[in-house]
Write a protein that binds this ligand. Sequence first.
Ligand SMILES: Nc1nc2c(c(=O)[nH]1)N[C@H]1C(S)=C(S)[C@@H](COP(=O)(O)OP(=O)(O)OC[C@H]3O[C@@H](n4cnc5c(=O)[nH]c(N)nc54)[C@H](O)[C@@H]3O)O[C@H]1N2
Ligand SMILES: Nc1nc2c(c(=O)[nH]1)N[C@H]1C(S)=C(S)[C@@H](COP(=O)(O)OP(=O)(O)OC[C@H]3O[C@@H](n4cnc5c(=O)[nH]c(N)nc54)[C@H](O)[C@@H]3O)O[C@H]1N2
Ligand code: SF4
Ligand SMILES: [Mo]
Length: 809
Amino acid sequence: MKHVEGTILGAAIGRRSFLKGSAAAVIAAGLGSSLCESQPAVADEKKTGASEDIVKPGTCRGGCGAGCQMNVHVRDGKIVKTSRRKQSDPDVTRVCNKGLTHALRVYAEDRLKYPMKRVGERGEGKWEQISWDEAITTISDKWKEVAEKHGPRANGFLCGSGNITPDSQHGKRLCSAMGATLLDAAQDRVFYASFPPIVGSFKGAGGGGRNDLKNAKHIFIWGFNPSEGDSQTFHYFLRAKVEHGAKMIVIDPTFTIAASKADLFVPIHPGTDGALALAMANVLVNEGLAKEDFLKSDTVAPCLVKEADGKYLRLSDIGKATVGAPEDKCVVRAEDGSLGALGEVANPVIRGTFAIEGIEVRTAYDLLLERVSEWTPEKASEICDVPVETIRELAHLVQDGHNSVNIGLGLDHVTNGMATFSSILSMCMIAGQYGHPGNTAKGMFRGEISIGWMPYGLANPKGAPGSQVFYSPALLNCMESKKYGDKDINIKTLYIWDHNLFGTQVGGVRWRKFLEDVELLVVADVVSTSTTNYADIVLPACHYFETETASGDDTRYVFHNAKSAEPLYESKSDFDIFKMLFEKMDLQEYDFKDIDELMNAVFDNLTAKKINLTWDRVKEEGSVLTFEPDDRVMGQEGTYGTPTGRLQFYQESIPLDTDYGQTIDFMKERLPYWEPPMEAWKENPLAEKYPLVFTSERSKYKVHTQYTRVPWLLEFEDEPYVAVNPVDCEARGIADGDYIRMFNDRGTCTLRVRFNNGIRPGMVVIDHGWDLDQFVDGFYCDLLGYNVTPVVANSYYFDTLIEIEKATV
Ligand SMILES: Nc1nc2c(c(=O)[nH]1)N[C@H]1C(S)=C(S)[C@@H](COP(=O)(O)OP(=O)(O)OC[C@H]3O[C@@H](n4cnc5c(=O)[nH]c(N)nc54)[C@H](O)[C@@H]3O)O[C@H]1N2
Ligand SMILES: Nc1nc2c(c(=O)[nH]1)N[C@H]1C(S)=C(S)[C@@H](COP(=O)(O)OP(=O)(O)OC[C@H]3O[C@@H](n4cnc5c(=O)[nH]c(N)nc54)[C@H](O)[C@@H]3O)O[C@H]1N2
Ligand code: SF4
Ligand SMILES: [Mo]
C-alpha cells in the first residue's frame, strides 16, 4: 500500500503526490483567456473551427441555485473551457464568472484521486490509498455491525448542497432503505417552512416569474443580496428599474450593491424586520388603507377562531358536517348574522367577537389586528432604528399598486426568522399585494418543474423501513441529554456527501465533540476540504461534467447535463458510489438500475406529463422550456396551495419540523409577532462581553466553499477578510488592513479587516465561503450560534455576537 503523508488540504507534502500525472499541464494550454470573455454560443457536439473542440451541454448545480447550462468544450477527451450556451430565451443565455472556471475545478490541485483511509489521528492528514472494493466493503461491514449492535438508526447520513440533482442525492434513498438516520443540515429551513403554510408555496407564491418584475411599480429587496446571491436574476431587477421605471427599495443593514442602485435604502438594525413589517401594517390599518375586500376574498380574515383552543370554528362544531370530512369547512358569518362555509358567504364579516351556539369566537382578522395594534411606528422606530417617517413612507409605497416584495435568506438566518416571514407576508396581505401582475410577495422565482432536490417519494421508496430525520442544530443542543425527544441519540457511523460540514455549519467545535462517539466517518467529495480532512474514509466523487443528469429550476428550463469527459483518476459519481453500497448492503431492490431509470422516475409526474416532458426529450433536445416566459401570476384565481386554499396569516396548526421534547406556545406562534433574536440583541447580557453582531455576505467568487481555491478567482480575493465600520475599529485601535481576532465563547478567528462605511456600526460582516485552512488562525463558522427555536430547528447563521481585537500575526 502506498502511504501519502501530509494534510490533504494544505501544506505541500503529499498533496503533490496525489496529483502526479494529473492533466493540469495539458489543460493549462487549453484554458487560454476564457475568463469573463464574452463568448459565442455553440450548438451541441459541434466542432468549433480552429480549436476542433467538441462542445457538450453541462449544468452547474451547486448551492447558488441558478443551475445555468453552459457549453463544455472538450479537446482530446479533456475539458478545456466553458462558455455561454445559447437558449431560446436570451435572458437565460448566461454564465457567471464562477461557471467560467469549471475547467480549473475539474483539474484542480486539490481534486481527490482515489479512496483513502486514515492512518493517523483524525484530522492529522495521514492517509493510505485503498481500492474501491476495500472502501465499500469496510463501510458496508461497519454499517451491518452497527445495525446489529445498536439498531439501523445508529447509521447516519448527512447531505448538503454541493450537487443539487436527484442522482447525487441518491444516498437519501439508501438511508431510507437501511432505515438509518438522516441528519438534515438544516440549511434555509425557515424559508422553506414558512412560505407553504402562509402563502401556499415558496415558488413565487402570490406572484409571477422573473419576467413579471417589469410590471412592478415598486420592488422591495428585503434581507436579500441579489447581485451576489442571485446574480442570474439581478438583471431583471435592474431592467425593471431602468427600462420600466420601477422604484427599488432595499431593506438591509448593509449598503449592498442593490442598495447602491436603490431609490430608498433602509439600513435597518439587524433582527428587527418583523417589527418594521408590523408597524407598516399598523400604518395601513390606522390610515384606512387595509384592502378589506381582498382580505375577505383571498385570506382567512373572515374565519371564526374559537377562543378556547385557537382552532377554527368548523361546520361540525355547529352540527352541519362530520368532523374531519372534506365538507367540514371553516365557518364565517354574514352581515345579517347568518352562518355559512368559507367561500360560500358572499360578504362575510372580518371583524367581531361572537358567541355561536355557546362557543366564543373571534374573526381571525381581529386577532391579527390585536398583534398589529401593539406596533406603532414610534415603537418600531426605536427598535429598528428606522425613522417614523420612513416607516410611513414604506407603508404608503406597499399599498400603492403593483409591488414585488422579494424576501431573502438574510431573514431566515436569525432565530426570530419564522415570525419575521409571517409578519412581512401578513402585512402584504393587509396591503392586498397578491394575485395581480407585478404584484407579489415571495421567496424565489421558480419554474413549473424543479429538478434538484430528490423528490420525497423517490428518497423514500415504498416498502423501505424509512429514514428517521433529525435536524442537526437541534441535535447539537441535545448532546448532553443524549436524547432527542424520546429517542436516543446514538449515531455510530456518519456518511457525509455534498457537504462541507466543517466549512459551512454552525457548531463546528460541538460537531467535533459529537464525532468522538462516531466510529466511522465517511466523506465523499470532489476535492479535499476541512471535512474530508477529518474523515476516516474519503471517497472521490467526480465533477459535475463527468456524469450525466438533468437539472432545472428558476430558469423555467430543464437542462441536460451530458457526460463530457470520463471521471478523472478513480473518481466516481455519487450515483455509482451509492449503487455499490446498495449492492453490498443487499438492498438492490430499492436501487435504480441506472441513471435512465432514475431520471424516468423523476419525470413520472402529472406536471411533466401535462407538458410532455420526458427524460428522452431532455437528452435529445438538450434543454426544454417548461413554459413560455409570459406574465403568469400565481394566486390570480384567488386560490392558494394552503390547507384553507387562502392566504393564511393565522395558522390553525403549527407544523413542527422536529420534535425533541420542546415546549411550544401555540397561541403565540399562530400569528405574526416580533421578539428579539435569541443571541444577537443589544439587551442580551452577553452583549456586554460580545457587543458586535456577526453576519456574512455572499461572495461573487464562491458558492459557499466551492470555488474557494480556484486560482483565477483567488486573483480577485486572495485571503479572507471582514468588513467593519471604521467607527468600531477606531474605538479598538484597529487600522484598515490590520489583522484582527474575532472571538466569543465558542471560537476564535484571525483574518484581515477592511474598513467599510457601508456596514452598520455594531456589525461585522464576513465574505462567506472560505474554508478552514485559509485563515491565519481559527475559523469563523466556529463562532456561530446554534440556538434553535421551538418551531424550526434551523441553522441560524446570523444570530451571533462577537468581539474583535487587533491581532499580531
Ligand atoms: N457563516 C455562514 N455560514 C453559512 C452561511 C452563511 O451565510 N454564513 N450560509 C449557509 C447556507 S444558506 C448554506 S445552504 C450552507 C451550504 O453549505 P454546504 O452544503 O456545505 O456548501 P458547500 O460549501 O458548497 O459544500 C458542498 C461540498 O460539496 C462538494 N461537492 C460538489 N459537487 C459534489 C458532488 O457531485 N458530489 C459530492 N459528494 N460532493 C460534491 C463541494 O466540493 C463542497 O465541498 O452554508 C451555510 N453556512
Ligand atoms: N455567489 C453565491 N451565490 C449564492 C450562494 C453563495 O454562496 N455564493 N449561496 C446560495 C444560497 S445556499 C443561498 S441560501 C442564497 C442566499 O442569498 P440571500 O438570500 O441574498 O441571503 P444572504 O446573502 O445570506 O443575506 C441577504 C442579505 O441579508 C442581509 N441581512 C442580514 N441580516 C439582516 C437582517 O436582520 N435584516 C435584513 N433586512 N437584512 C439582513 C445581509 O446583509 C445580506 O445583504 O444565495 C445563494 N446564492
Ligand atoms: S455559480 Fe451559479 S450563476 Fe454561476 S454558472 Fe454556476 S449556477 Fe450559474
Ligand atoms: Mo442556503
